[in-house]
Design a protein. Structure first.
Length: 472
């Protein structure tokens, strides 16, 4: 879809609106689907505003919510491949960024021997069904215990690499090896891995990974993690939020800026949250990255990470990170600018659905193509959507936020501080046409579209672009 520069005034208008003070919107949740068997993840396919994909842990199935109805037939069923326990099974899925062309998607599961397995599948000619026989195994990681498998799969929005969160191997207190798997950068356990699934078979190592050329496993992007069950990128800027499940006392949210070159040590087993674990005192030798926040087991027992809201139905909520606790069902949110956390609050009562329904065991949050957020209840098999408690004026029709369903994942994420990004945003399908019509003149005759800085200056100068008649 081509865009002309005069349309960008809509983006400027949206920015002016957002700059003003807005009263906080009251929230609630509505149940959008039920009847799932231990749902643990929800996501969408690139360019697809009609379907949501739900991962069921112990059935080994991926199911589809299509146009608000749950399809009877599974998108994928790998029940014969998985081992099952309270923490084993089918854990996550991620669509390739070029899914519309490649038809690839990726899953991770615990195989029959309990090893964490990363595999690629292809969608069949029927878009609501995957080709079960297309499996290509990319990586298998033996697990010494049945728990702490990690689970999240994500493609980085800024680099296109595949990120995989891996637990420390299980048991209690990370007793494997002399220093624990979390602090051992030579094992893939207790880490976040970063893989180039386009550059080799079964994958290539990104040359910028932090342990390339020095001691440590080349696949590792960050380490010092106990069980990074759910993590997510902020689609607006590429910042990474990691919820790491704690041991006996503390749960934590870790953070990685988009500018990171990797190699962060998030502290486990030296530390649990902001507190010493092993050793119980003098645990920080210098170097671990402290959590953004932690909470004690007085508030729950297993953290579930969520997302930074970037939807358009609740404008004042943008930039707010949501997370919860599996055991207590409590939900919190905050904003983080890379240095300071603000607006930290509990939202459990506010997000209670009412009408005899409740959100009890939060296994995951989910995000759709428009950046709207969902909450998954494991035990009850239900999925809830976070919505305004009362109708609000959204900016979903304005350029810069979900102006059409197919654009939503780009428009809600536009980064106006990055000239290259906004060039791609405006001219997603290639450069605009030559100036062969009067309607094109503002775009093609007045500016040098190959010069990102010039274009940004043109868009964000003191006034709107001239009328077309002014530049013919």
């Amino acid at each position: 879809m081509k865009r002309s520069i005069p349309l960008v005034t809509g983006l400027l208008f949206a920015l002016v609106l957002l700059a003003g003070s807005v009263e906080a919107t009251a929230l609630t949740t509505v149940r959008i689907a039920s009847g799932f068997n231990r749902p643990v993840y929800l996501t969408y396919a690139p360019g697809d505003s009609t379907r949501l994909f739900v991962v069921e842990q112990q059935t080994g199935r991926i199911r589809i919510i299509k146009n608000d109805s749950v399809l009877t037939r599974s998108f994928l069923d790998i029940s014969s491949l998985i081992s099952v326990s309270s923490e084993r099974g089918l854990l996550c899925m991620a669509f390739h960024p070029d899914f519309l062309d490649s038809a690839y998607f990726y899953v991770n599961y615990t195989n029959a021997s309990g090893a964490l397995t990363l595999a690629r599948f292809t969608v069949s000619p029927d878009p609501d069904s995957a080709d079960r026989g297309s499996e290509a195994i990319l990586l298998t990681i033996p697990e010494p215990e049945a728990n702490h498998n990690g689970g999240t799969l994500l493609f980085g929005p800024n680099d296109g690499y595949l990120y995989l969160g891996v637990g420390d191997g299980g048991g209690g207190g990370d007793q494997h090896g002399t220093i624990g798997n979390g602090q051992d950068s030579t094992t893939l356990l207790g880490s976040i891995l970063r893989l180039d699934v386009n550059g080799g078979s079964p994958y290539a190592i990104p040359p910028s990974n932090p342990f390339v050329g020095r001691s440590g496993s080349d696949e590792i992007w960050a380490y010092g993690l106990r069980n990074p069950w759910r993590m997510s990128f902020d689609r607006a800027n590429g910042e990474l939020y990691i919820a790491d499940v704690g041991q006996d006392s503390w749960e934590e949210i870790d953070y990685q800026p988009a500018s990171s070159s990797g190699g962060e040590n998030y502290g486990w087993r030296l530390m649990e949250g902001l507190h010493c674990y092993n050793p119980p005192t003098n645990c920080d030798p210098g170097g671990p990255v402290y959590p953004v926040t932690d909470y004690s087991h007085a508030n729950g027992c297993a953290i579930t990470g969520g997302y930074v809201y970037r939807g358009c139905h609740i404008p004042d909520l943008r930039g707010t990170y949501f997370y919860g606790d599996y055991c207590s069902g409590r939900i919190w949110s905050f904003r983080y600018d890379g240095a300071t956390m603000t607006d930290s609050m509990e939202r459990t009562a506010e997000l209670a659905p009412g009408n005899g329904m409740s959100i009890d065991n939060i296994s995951s949050f989910g995000e759709d193509i428009e950046g709207e957020l969902y909450i998954l209840d494991l035990a009850d098999g239900e999925i809830y959507k976070i919505v305004p408690a009362e109708p609000v004026t959204s900016d979903c029709g304005q350029l810069g936020c979900c102006d059409t369903p197919g654009d939503a994942n780009d428009d809600a994420a536009v980064n106006i501080s990055d000239p290259t990004f906004i060039i791609n945003y405006i001219f997603k399908e290639g450069p605009p046409p030559a100036c062969d019509a009067e309607a094109d003149c503002n775009v093609d005759c007045r500016i040098n579209i190959g010069d990102a800085v010039n274009l940004i200056s043109f868009i964000f100068r003191s006034g709107p672009p001239p009328a077309c008649s002014d530049c013919i």
